[in-house]
Design a binder for this molecule. Structure first.
Ligand code: SF4
Ligand code: SF4
Length: 476
């Protein structure tokens, strides 16, 4: 009982939200409200090393001995407090050798009918020169998915480009194939597509609706912003067309909520104005923001000052999200909504996203890429749909990111939410997808603290919002 106890700073991040003290459990990204006894224990241990016995004695006037011991046991089980013995076995060098794929992304055409100035796609072609995926390649991709990962119950087929609607006949063939193949195996399949909307006719909208596509529309905001970069091949702005088509889509699409996907690029940081236009004026169900990750054309990447402005705008929009959430409304700010979901569900991400693990992207030749952003890039591919995954190469790539030893991520307090950041951002910025995205760590940490504050306030003021709008834990 004389063993000295210490705080495990590596696992603990404390924040004050209004009058409450919150403990963020770094290993699981979970949040705990600190009660009076826990606060007293943490403060004493922080001030100096104590044995459990000394703590029970010192706090015995204010709390029952049994409560003190039980709370200490809880803090030790969570590894917030340690008596020097390793509470859990040190993580063995982990390697990835299984790939629980549930999603395949089909790059159905390298061609795009637009010519957005910042486009990151290294394989992008003008419409006439677009290289289209053949049905056999698409079919082999589906079969590869089922072969490599036969035990899933639900699969996703994502159509990407270029502009995917520029190869609608293939998409229709693939959907027909999947709708026969998956149910015959007792499995479900969902279809997803991101499109620039310019080729959406009423008939196409109704067809997508009938097959319950999850749709995201690439649109960058009001005309003055959208037309800075989202241009036709002849250099004309596309806002008017996209708006008209998006309005038509939103007026008749009822299979699922439709989201807007905004690319933030140099000179474009007006997060609130863009959200206001897309959510309130056009009526998108949700709006997500992503910084451009142009490789060769890094002049489009946000400057450091712009990244600061973007995060400041995201926090201002986050204040509105909070205000509305407290009144029971969801304003569809997907970046914050996702963070709140991660915190609520206590996500423990060893890797930043499902790329290469749960998802692979197939290019028009049938080669396997980490995700849609890598098709046509100079990064070597990880096999092909006929011969399957190059397991050793892919496993060794993912294992590099799993191993945080010696990196800044090793001790970072958001290591299990950020996990080193997007591979493509790293690839664009450092030429190495395994490199952590160190260029905005402080902003990311501040953003997560902001998310913790918003989540705590919602939990305190209107927990019904979480029940209603966040996927329940049991449904994971
Ligand atoms: S990239 Fe930066 S913010 Fe992300 S986990 Fe690593 S050190 Fe933390
Ligand atoms: S690597 Fe980046 S772009 Fe690709 S799926 Fe992951 S987060 Fe998205």
């Amino acid at each position: 009982m004389d063993t000295v106890l210490n705080l495990v700073h590596h696992n603990l991040h404390e924040l004050r939200v209004d009058d409450a003290r919150m403990l963020f459990h770094i290993p699981t990204s979970s949040l705990f409200a600190v009660d009076e006894l826990t606060a007293a224990l943490i403060d004493r241990i922080r001030r100096g090393s104590h044995s459990a016995e000394a703590l029970v004695q010192g706090l015995g006037q204010r709390f029952a001995a049994a409560d003190i011991s039980e709370t200490l046991r809880d803090l030790m089980a969570l590894e917030f407090v340690s008596d020097g013995r390793p509470a859990s076995a040190p993580a063995a060098a982990r390697t990835v050798d299984t790939f629980p794929l549930s999603t395949v992304v089909l790059n159905v055409n390298t061609g795009c009918n637009l010519s957005c100035t910042y486009c990151y796609k290294e394989d992008l072609d003008k419409p006439s020169a677009g290289r289209k995926m053949a049905f056999e390649t698409a079919r082999d991709s589906i079969e590869m998915l089922l072969r490599e990962s036969p035990d899933e119950t639900r699969y996703n087929v994502v159509f990407f480009g270029g502009e995917p609607l520029s190869n609608l006949p293939l998409i229709k063939e693939v959907v027909a194939y999947c709708e026969a193949r998956f149910p015959a195996l007792g499995k479900q399949v969902d279809f997803v597509m991101t499109t620039n909307a310019t080729m959406l006719s009423e008939a196409t909208i109704d067809w997508l609706n009938a097959h319950r596509f999850g749709l995201s529309i690439s649109i960058d905001g009001p005309k003055a912003i959208h037309d800075r970069n989202r241009l036709t091949v002849n250099g004309q702005g596309t806002y008017e067309t996209v708006r008209r088509k998006a309005e038509r889509l939103l007026s008749r699409y009822d299979a699922r909520p439709v989201g807007a996907r905004v690319t933030l690029t140099r000179g474009t940081t007006e997060v609130e104005r863009i959200w206001d236009h897309l959510f309130n004026e056009l009526g998108f169900a949700e709006v997500g923001f992503a910084p451009v990750t142009s490789g060769d054309i890094s002049t489009f990447n946000l400057t450091e000052a712009e990244l600061v402005a973007v995060f400041a705008g995201m926090k201002r929009l986050g204040e509105r999200y909070l205000e509305e959430a407290l009144a029971g409304r969801n304003i569809g700010f997907s970046n914050l909504h996702q963070l709140i979901t991660d915190l609520h569900e206590g996500h423990k991400k060893a890797l930043p996203c499902g790329a290469g693990l749960k998802m692979l992207a197939v290019d028009h030749k049938g080669e396997l890429n980490l995700c849609h952003r890598f098709t046509g890039s100079s990064l070597p591919t990880f096999g092909n749909v006929r011969d399957g995954i190059k397991r050793e190469e892919l496993g060794s790539f993912l294992s590099q990111r799993l191993d945080r030893e010696g990196t800044g991520c090793e001790t970072c307090r958001i290591r299990n939410l950020c996990s080193g950041g997007c591979y493509h951002e790293s690839y664009a910025r450092y030429g190495d997808p395994a490199h952590p995205t160190y260029h905005y760590c402080d902003l990311m940490r501040d953003w997560v603290d902001f998310g913790i504050t918003v989540y705590s306030r919602i939990m305190a003021g209107n927990p019904a919002f979480i029940e209603q709008h966040i996927t329940p834990r049991s449904a994971k």
